[in-house]
Design a protein around this ligand. Structure first.
Ligand code: ADP
Ligand code: ZN
Ligand code: ZN
Length: 815
C-alpha cells in the first residue's frame, strides 16, 4: 500500500496538496511537521503536514516529497484546527492563514533570500561542513537564493542546512525591513519571597556569615528597599560588590532577577512596585467576573477610562498562571501601550513575552519557539492581533483589551480576520476564559452581553474617585456668525487653552485628519488637483510645500496657478492637524507645540519621542489624530479640545456614529486623570447631534440603544451579517461588467439582500478600479450555506474568460 500526506502550502490553493511518502516517512511524519515539496515546474516550497493517509488523490499523480524538515511538529493540532476555522469562516484558504500564522523564516522556498545575520558570532567548530561552506560564501556575497545554494553545496536538499543556520542565529531569511524595536532592558533584583518572614531573614544572614561580601549585598539591598526591587547596577555600586557576587546570590536563589523593559516610563515604574490592593469597586467587579466564568466563557468588562481595569486583569492573569495555564493578552497596538507593558512586566517579570508588529523575523521566530516549547518565559503573551496565531498549548485566559478597536481587524491581505472574534473561538477550542475590556464597548459585544451570550460586568467609578471630565459643547456655527472664531479656534477654546497654560497644565487637541489641508481648490473654476493613479484629490502639506496622495504616495510641488484655468486664486479646503499646529504656533508663540499623527511618528521611535516630550512637560500642547486617543496616561492634562466633531460624524460608514462616540469619549478620557477635574470642549456645527449629546453626558447606554435601532432598521450588524465582495482590475469596463454579472447572479438567490454593485468612495487606487457588492445575511439564514452558495457563484465567475483580469476579494464581517 502506498502512503500519502496532505500538505498545506503557503499559497492560495483551495485544497491541500497530496504527496507520496515512503512507509518509513509515513510512520515518522505527524501533522504539524514541515516538509519541503516540489510544486509547479521547478519550485520548492515548505509546507505543513495536515494529514498522513493512504488514499490516492486519483485526479493527479502525487509527487514524492523532497524531504522532512522537522523532528517534531512546529504547528500544533490546536493551531491546525484554528486555521481550518479561520479559512472557512473568513472564506480564504488555509495556505493564506499559514502565511499569516507562522514566521516567514519557517517557510523556506526556492525564492527565499538568505543573508548573513549582522553581528553573528560563530565558531567554526559549531558548524557542519555544509554550513561552513554556506557561511563562507555569504561573506563574499551579501545574499543568496535557495537554488544558488543548491549549486554551491552541490546537492538538492539544502533546506535543513539553512534551517539549522537560522536556528544557530548565523543567517536570516526573507529579511524584511523592519525598524528594529529594541526597548531598553534593565536588570533588577529583589529578595526571594521566602525571606519575607523575619526569621527566615535572620537565618539567611547567619548562613551568609561565611560569605561577608554576599552578606554586605543583602544588607545594602535591605537598606535600599525592604521588599521591592532595585537595579543591579545600583546595588553593585552601593554595596561595592562585583557583578560576580550578585550573580552568585541569584544562582543560590536568594535574589530573584527581573528584567524590565524600560523606556519612557521610568517614573511610573519607580512608583509601582509590588502589587496594589484593589478598591471595593474593583473587588466587586473581579468577583462578578469570577462568578460569570463559572457558567460562561466570555465576559465583557465595561469599565470607564481610568477605572483601573488593568489591575483586575493582573489578578486574573495571576490566577491563571498559578494554575499552570498560559495567558494571552491582546492589545490593539504595542507602541502606544509601553506604559501598560511596563506595569505587567513589573508584576510578572520574565514570565511575560511580547509579540510586536515591528518585530524582526528573528524575534518572531524566538517568540514562536518559546511559546511552542511552553517555556517558563512564555506564560503570558502580550501581543497585537497576530499573536492569536501563536502555538499555545494550554491557554487558561485571553484578555482582549480595548476590544472595540478596529485595528483588531485585518484588512489586507487574507486572512481578513478580526482578532477579538477569533479570540473567542480560540478560547472555546482551548477551554480558556475570555475577557473583553473597554470603556466604550463595540455595539456587537454589548449586544451579545445584552442577549446573555456574554456576561456584562460594569465598573463605573474612576480609580481614587477621580471625577470624569466635564464635557462641554461649543457651537461653532454660532461662533462664526458672531465672528468669535480665530482660524479654527472658538473664543471659548482659546480662553481655556490660555488658562490651562497659565496654570502650567497641558492641553491635547484632537483633529481627525493629518496634513495641512486636505485639498487645494480653485476659486475660479473649482478644480482641485487629483492623483493621477487614484481617484482622490491631493492633500496639501505645508512643511514641504507639497501636494500628496495618501493612498499611493504620489506627490508634486504645490501649485501657484490652477492647472485647469490658470487662475491664481487658490484656496485650501478643510483642515488637518498640521494646520491646527500652524495656527497654534501663531497664537501661542511662547509655548511648545507637538504634533502626533502618521506623518510625525513615522521615523524610528517617532511615537516615543513625542510622548516623552509631552510626558516631561517640554511640550505644552499636543495636537494629534486618533493616536492621541489611545490608552495614554498623562497626569498633567487638564484640557482636551476636539477641534471638529463633524468630520467624524459625517464619515460614510454605518459605524461612523458608534466610532465617533468611542473616539470622542476615549480622547476625553485623557483629561483630568488626577484629582483636579478635567475639561473637554467639543467644537461642532451640530451641537444637537445625538452623538455629541451622548458623549457630553457620557451616556453609553443611550447611544447603544439608539444605534441599535438604526442598525435594525437599516439591516446592519449585529442583526445582519455582512460579506463584502470587492472586484478590482485595471480595465474599467471589465470590472464594471463583471460586477454586474456577479451582482445579478447573487440577487437570484439573495434578492433584496444584495447591495450594489457600487463604486467605493475612492474607486481607483494605484490605477486599479474598484467596485463593491455587499451581501446582508439575516440571522435566520444559514451562514455556511450562504458562503457555499457564494463560493459556487464565484467559481462560475472565475471560469468566465472575459473576467480573467478581474480579481475578487472577499471580506466577511467587513469593518
Ligand atoms: P483603565 O485601564 O481602566 O483606564 P488603569 O488601569 O490605567 O485604568 O488605572 C488608572 C490609574 O489608577 C492608573 O494610574 C493605575 O495605576 C491606578 N490604579 C488603578 N487601580 C489601582 C489600585 N487598586 N491601587 C492603586 N492604584 C490603582
Ligand atoms: Zn481654475
Ligand atoms: Zn494616489
Amino acid at each position: 500500500m502506498p502512503f500519502f500526506i496532505n500538505v498545506i502550502l503557503p499559497l492560495p490553493l483551495e485544497k491541500h496538496f497530496t504527496y507520496s511518502v515512503s512507509r518509513d516517512e509515513a510512520q515518522f511524519l505527524r501533522p504539524g511537521m514541515r516538509v519541503a515539496v516540489p510544486f509547479g515546474k521547478s519550485k520548492i516550497y515548505t509546507g505543513i503536514v495536515a494529514e498522513v493517509h493512504q488514499e490516492d488523490p486519483v485526479i493527479y499523480e502525487a509527487k514524492p516529497i523532497e524531504q522532512i524538515l522537522d523532528k517534531n511538529p512546529v504547528v500544533t493540532e490546536g493551531q491546525l484546527k484554528l486555521w481550518r476555522w479561520i479559512a472557512s469562516y473568513y472564506m480564504c484558504t488555509e495556505g493564506e492563514v499559514l502565511r499569516a500564522a507562522i514566521p516567514s523564516a519557517f517557510l523556506l522556498e526556492s525564492e527565499t533570500i538568505v543573508q548573513l545575520l549582522k553581528g553573528a558570532e560563530v565558531r567554526d567548530e559549531d558548524l557542519t561542513d555544509d554550513e561552513f561552506l554556506l557561511f563562507e560564501a555569504l561573506q563574499r556575497q551579501s545574499s543568496m537564493k535557495i537554488n544558488e545554494i543548491v549549486q554551491l553545496l552541490d546537492k538538492k536538499t539544502v533546506l535543513p542546512v539553512i534551517n539549522s543556520l537560522v536556528e544557530k542565529k548565523v543567517v536570516v531569511v526573507n529579511q524584511e525591513i523592519y525598524e528594529q524595536y529594541k526597548p531598553k532592558v534593565e536588570r533588577y533584583v529583589k529578595l526571594h519571597e521566602r525571606f519575607s518572614e523575619e526569621t527566615a531573614m535572620h537565618e539567611l544572614l547567619d548562613e551568609l556569615g561565611r560569605a561577608p561580601k554576599q552578606r554586605e549585598v543583602i544588607f545594602t539591598l535591605f537598606g535600599m528597599s525592604a521588599k521591592g526591587k532595585v537595579k543591579i547596577s545600583e546595588l553593585a555600586k552601593k554595596s561595592g560588590a562585583s557583578a560576580a557576587v550578585i550573580k552568585a546570590l541569584i544562582e543560590k536563589g536568594i535574589l530573584t532577577e527581573l528584567k524590565v523593559e524600560t523606556s519612557r516610563f521610568n517614573r511610573d515604574l519607580e512608583e509601582v512596585t509590588g502589587r496594589v490592593e484593589l478598591n471595593e469597586h474593583q473587588r466587586t467587579a473581579l468577583q462578578e467576573i469570577h462568578n460569570a466564568f463559572k457558567t460562561q466563557d466570555v465576559c465583557l468588562l465595561h469599565g470607564i477610562t481610568s477605572s483601573g481595569k488593568t489591575e483586575i486583569y493582573v489578578e486574573l492573569i495571576e490566577e491563571a498562571i498559578s494554575k499552570g495555564k498560559q495567558v494571552l493578552y491582546l492589545l490593539p497596538e504595542i507602541a502606544l501601550t509601553a506604559q501598560l507593558i511596563a506595569r505587567l512586566q513589573n508584576y510578572f517579570g520574565q514570565k511575560v513575552l511580547i509579540y510586536h508588529s515591528k518585530y524582526s523575523v528573528n524575534e518572531r521566530v524566538e517568540v514562536y519557539q518559546n511559546v511552542l516549547r511552553n517555556s517558563e518565559n512564555a506564560r503570558i503573551v502580550i501581543g497585537v492581533r497576530s499573536s492569536i496565531f501563536l502555538p499555545f498549548h494550554d491557554l487558561g485566559l485571553i484578555i482582549v483589551d480595548e476590544e472595540h478597536e478596529s485595528t483588531f481587524k485585518q484588512y489586507d491581505p487574507a486572512p481578513r480576520y478580526h482578532a477579538r472574534d477569533v479570540a473567542v473561538v480560540l478560547g472555546k477550542m482551548q477551554k480558556a476564559k475570555v475577557l473583553l475590556g473597554s470603556a466604550t464597548p463595540s455595539l456587537e459585544s454589548y449586544f451579545n452581553a445584552d442577549h446573555s451570550k456574554y456576561t456584562l460586568v460594569n465598573l463605573d467609578r474612576r480609580f481614587g474617585n477621580v471625577l470624569l471630565p466635564e464635557i462641554q459643547i461649543v457651537d461653532i456655527k454660532e461662533k462664526h456668525r458672531k465672528k468669535r472664531m480665530t482660524g479654527h479656534f472658538s473664543d471659548r477654546l482659546l480662553e481655556e487653552i490660555r488658562e490651562t497654560l497659565d496654570n502650567n497644565e497641558q492641553v491635547i487637541l484632537f483633529q481627525n485628519r493629518r496634513g495641512f489641508s486636505p485639498i487645494l481648490e480653485c476659486n475660479t473654476c473649482g478644480h482641485s488637483p487629483q492623483c493621477p493613479n487614484c481617484d482622490v484629490s491631493l492633500t496639501y502639506h505645508s512643511h514641504n510645500n507639497q501636494l500628496r496622495c495618501h493612498y499611493c504616495g504620489y506627490h508634486m510641488a504645490m501649485q501657484q496657478k490652477c492647472m485647469a484655468c490658470g487662475s491664481d486664486e487658490l484656496s485650501t479646503k478643510g483642515f488637518g492637524t498640521e494646520q491646527v499646529e500652524t495656527e497654534l504656533k501663531a497664537l501661542f508663540p511662547n509655548h511648545k507645540i507637538g504634533r502626533m499623527d502618521q506623518d510625525t511618528t513615522r521615523g524610528k521611535y517617532g511615537y516615543e519621542k513625542i510622548i516623552e516630550a509631552f510626558e516631561s512637560g517640554e511640550v505644552h500642547i499636543l495636537v494629534g489624530t486618533q493616536m492621541v486617543t489611545k490608552g495614554l496616561d498623562f497626569r498633567n492634562v487638564r484640557l482636551v479640545g476636539i477641534m471638529n466633531a463633524d468630520t467624524l460624524l459625517n464619515f460614510p460608514d454605518f459605524r461612523a456614529h458608534e466610532r465617533s462616540f468611542q473616539l470622542m469619549l476615549q480622547v476625553a478620557g485623557r483629561a483630568g486623570r488626577t484629582q483636579k477635574r478635567g475639561l473637554v470642549l467639543i467644537q461642532t456645527y451640530n451641537p444637537h447631534h445625538q452623538i455629541v449629546q451622548q458623549v457630553s453626558t457620557n451616556s453609553y447606554l443611550e447611544m447603544y440603544k439608539e444605534q441599535l435601532e438604526d442598525r435594525r432598521n437599516y439591516k446592519y450588524p449585529p442583526f445582519y451579517r455582512l460579506i463584502r465582495i470587492s472586484l478590482k482590475g485595471r480595465d474599467y469596463s471589465r470590472v464594471n461588467e463583471g460586477a454586474d454579472w456577479l451582482a445579478t447572479s447573487l440577487k437570484n438567490t439573495f434578492r433584496e439582500n444584495v447591495l450594489g454593485p457600487e463604486f467605493p468612495p475612492v474607486a481607483r487606487i494605484r490605477n486599479e478600479y474598484y467596485k463593491n457588492i455587499l451581501i446582508k445575511i439575516p440571522q435566520r439564514q444559514s451562514l455556511s450555506k450562504t458562503k457555499d452558495l457564494l463560493g459556487r457563484v464565484l467559481q462560475s465567475f472565475k471560469a468566465i474568460g472575459a473576467y480573467r483580469g478581474v480579481k475578487t476579494v472577499i471580506n466577511v464581517d467587513p469593518y
